[in-house]
Design a protein around this ligand. Structure first.
Ligand SMILES: [Zn+2]
Length: 76
């Protein structure tokens, strides 16, 4: 019944990149975001480091975690 399930594949957030995303880049801007606010970019293998460095250079708290489909169980 849920309409949140789509066939769309997560795509890298890097401008111009259409590769499938395998990573979540979680970050926030301490100047405009509260401590409990987390922004999420998606990254392919190639741009994971690029996006992390982009944020780290700006002194933003950033964490890269594997992108897993939370509601997708294997086998089924
Ligand atoms: Zn990419």
């Amino acid at each position: 019944m849920s309409s949140t399930d789509t066939s769309l594949t997560p795509v890298c957030s890097r401008a111009g990149c259409r590769d499938g995303a395998h990573w979540r880049v979680e970050w926030r801007n301490p100047k405009i975001h509260n401590a409990d606010r987390v922004k999420v970019w998606l990254a392919c293998d190639e741009h994971r480091e690029f996006l992390h460095d982009y944020l780290a250079t700006r002194q933003f708290p950033v964490a890269v975690v594997p992108l897993v489909a939370a509601d997708q169980a294997e086998g089924g």
